[in-house]
Design a protein around this ligand. Structure first.
Ligand code: DGJ
Length: 700
């Protein structure tokens, strides 16, 4: 038998580095100038056939050679540079000598050193046997002993597409209450920048994008997509040049920041992962979901619990008696985790005061949180607690004791957002305080789950007198990640939910240490359909917290049936967030039935393969299929009805044409070919906000 082709190889004669994944090949050629140049990213082929030098066009104005793996701001390169440095003598950019590759298992490092200055870079790549995702990052080292180097830009990676007839960009935009709206537009011949300057991943943009030639659809076509694992400010610039090439470069930080690289120091970037898929947008999403489950999320095999959260029910008006009432009702519905949200601590009876004072408010919890936690445990549920550790109200004991702990510039007026300021976790004493505070809360109260919120972006960041003032944009985020990691390590079993005023901190960095993310403060099921559609482009349903709340909805005022609200939320990690004390006995009974139904399909929703479907007449659906194809759950939604027409049967292209399937609720049996090609009758109830859950089992 021929030896298996190694996942990573380097041919010194050709200067050719190759990474192989099950369904793709990525190839790099070391240019004559020592810079690694991009050669191929796409379907499996022999990259040696592609090694003919990319000769620059015969014109002094078109001298640019093949795209760089990280453009170093020297030579005939005029696009966005992924590495921008300035040395002490004023010289800008790097000129590399290639020192050679280092290959360890699935990891490749291309080692570079500047020809005249004490600067070295490793361009790093990692592939894994069961995934088409290529992880990339950069490590930049000051190899000298004298003056620091100023770093204006240090991207994790730059990516290059093969030449396509046209280019289309898919990305996510939004705002508070409208996160993850999928935008799919022709890519202009220009530099298009997606960015967050907020110190958070951001509501308004996500560090994920996909590119195709304009012809891909859910199930067909080539799609190249990338995702950055960073929870602070970031920037990705896509460059479609007039000659027809498209590249993009991205990493942490936004424009205008610079970092000081001290002698001997190494700056590590976050991972920027890329995926090539020939299976359309749906195929790309499924490959991302598999990667996120196997390489990113902690404990992917552990069921995400059905949770109850008190926020929409009680707001800041929390007290022990009220929470006990809600907990009892929640337990009766089959809820597995009860989360006490904002308002339990300090002087926090509104958003004006108390943030930072993480001790239970005596008027609300006279004996602390332990009695409530014990009661929740007695009811058979885990106990969860809301915290917002990075924030402080001016009206708080913490701020009065440590006004210098907030992110601020003394000569600038500080902007308050939601009446709060942000603590500077780049200060070691603040990080230590936050860790100790959270550790104490978890230990003393038997907390099983922390909901870690962050309700404002960074403004007026500064550290006057500090030699590297902009470093706080990196260090703050790293401290957040580090505290989460320490808490999880010290409290096995503790789970964390990422939240930032809804979905403003959702990325592969935070999800490496949290179990799920709060998707949006907008819990209106109609709006949630598009929010969840966008979320699912990169992330699996088990990471997408989705609550059923009251009707009319607090955000939109829209009235919807309980079943529709449930069905939409059952497409993710189901939670409940309404005021259960106002639900009728009939509603409570129906809710309990739907929670039980969710638990039956939970393995499919949380660990199955997801297919996004579009039917007729405004119907959309999500189909979750077990990996072995035996079990299926389809959640179909029709927010508005038109003309009283019944939608066409919904086609289920993920089924096997040769198999037979039984509808577990009606007992009807169907051939797979029929369901794939003609579809299943949805038999939706009349009227707006109609929905249906269909469960199918392969019977042959
Ligand atoms: C914003 C979150 O998204 C909400 O779920 C809730 O926790 C509030 N913050 C509490 O202030």
């Amino acid at each position: 038998m021929p030896a298996a082709t190694p996942a990573v190889s380097f041919d010194p004669a050709l200067g050719l580095a190759v990474l192989r994944t099950p369904n793709s090949v990525y190839a790099i050629r070391i240019g004559a100038d020592g810079s690694p140049r991009h050669l191929h990213w796409g379907p499996v082929l022999d990259p040696a056939a592609l090694t003919a030098p990319h000769s620059p066009a015969d014109s002094s104005f078109e001298a640019e050679a093949a795209a760089d793996e990280l453009a170093p701001q020297t030579g005939a390169r005029f696009g966005p540079a992924g590495l921008q440095v300035r040395f002490a003598d004023g010289t800008i950019g790097a000129q590399w000598d290639f020192l050679g590759p280092r290959i360890t298992g699935g990891e490749l490092r291309l080692r570079l050193a500047d020809r005249r200055y004490p600067l070295a870079a490793d361009l790093c790549y990692r592939v894994r046997p069961d995934s088409d995702v290529i992880e990339r990052w950069t490590e930049l080292t000051h190899t000298g002993e004298d003056a620091p180097v100023t770093v204006h830009r240090l991207d994790s990676a730059s990516w290059t597409l093969p030449r396509l007839a046209d280019y289309r960009l898919s990305h996510l935009v939004g705002g508070w209450n409208s996160e993850f709206q999928l935008q799919r537009d022709r890519l202009p011949v220009a530099e298009t920048t997606l960015t967050s300057r907020r110190g958070l991943t951001g509501h308004h943009a996500s560090p994920w994008l996909a590119l195709d030639d304009g012809t891909a659809d859910e199930e067909h076509g080539e799609v190249w997509s990338t995702a950055l694992a960073w929870s602070g400010s970031w920037r990705i610039t896509v460059h479609r040049d007039p000659v027809g090439r498209t590249t993009w470069t991205g990493g942490f930080g936004h424009e205008g920041l610079s970092w000081r690289l001290a002698p001997g120091e190494t700056l590590h970037t976050p991972v920027f992962s890329g995926l090539y898929s020939a299976g359309g947008f749906g195929g790309a999403s499924r490959a991302w979901h598999a990667h996120v489950r196997s390489q990113v999320l902690p404990e992917p095999e552990r069921d995400r619990p059905v949770l109850y959260n008190s926020w929409e029910a009680t707001g800041f008006a929390v007290d022990e008696a009220g929470q006990r009432r809600l907990a009892k009702l929640a337990a009766g519905l089959g809820v597995e985790l009860f989360v006490l949200d904002d308002g339990w601590f300090g002087a926090r009876t509104s958003d004006l005061a108390g943030l930072g004072d993480w001790t239970p408010r005596p008027a609300a919890f006279p004996d602390g949180l332990r009695p409530l936690a014990d009661e929740v445990h007695r009811l058979g549920m885990d106990f969860g607690l809301w915290v917002e550790p990075e924030m402080v109200n001016r009206d708080s004991d913490l701020y009065r004791a440590h006004p210098d702990w907030v992110v601020h510039t003394p000569t600038r007026d500080a902007t308050e957002l939601r009446n709060q300021l942000m603590l500077n976790f780049a200060l070691p004493e603040v990080e230590a305080w936050a860790h100790a505070t959270l550790d104490r809360l978890v230990t003393e109260n038997g907390v099983d789950w922390l909901k870690w919120d962050a309700n404002r972006p960074v403004t007026e960041a500064g550290r006057p007198g500090h030699p590297d003032p902009d470093r706080l944009w990196i260090d703050h985020t790293r401290a957040v990640h580090r505290i989460m990691d320490r808490l999880r390590a010290d409290h096995p079993g503790l789970r964390i939910e990422a939240c930032a005023g809804g979905g403003a901190r959702v990325d592969l960095g935070v999800l490496a240490r949290t179990d799920q993310a709060w998707t949006s403060d907008n819990t209106d099921p109609v709006d949630r359909i598009s929010i969840q559609h966008g979320f699912s482009q990169l992330l699996p349903a088990q990471a997408m917290a989705a609550w059923v709340t009251d009707s009319p909805n607090v955000t939109t005022g829209r009235t919807t049936p309980l079943r529709f609200r449930f069905h939409v939320s059952m497409a993710g990690a189901l939670g409940l967030g309404g005021d259960l004390t106002h639900w009728t006995p009939e509603e409570l009974t129906e809710a309990a039935e739907l929670v039980a139904r969710y638990k039956e399909i939970r393995p499919l929703v949380q660990r199955g393969e997801q297919h996004r479907l579009t039917g007729s007449g405004g119907v959309t659906a999500v189909h979750y299929a077990a990996a072995d194809g035996a079990e299926h759950a389809v959640l179909a939604f029709r927010p508005t009805t038109s003309f009283g027409h019944q939608p066409a049967p919904l086609r289920l292209p993920a089924l096997d044409s040769r198999a037979r399937y039984r509808d577990l609720d009606t007992g009807e049996e169907y051939g797979g070919a029929l369901l794939r090609h003609r579809g299943i009758e949805l038999r939706l109830p009349a009227g707006d906000h109609a929905s249906r859950l269909i469960r199918l089992r392969r019977v042959d």
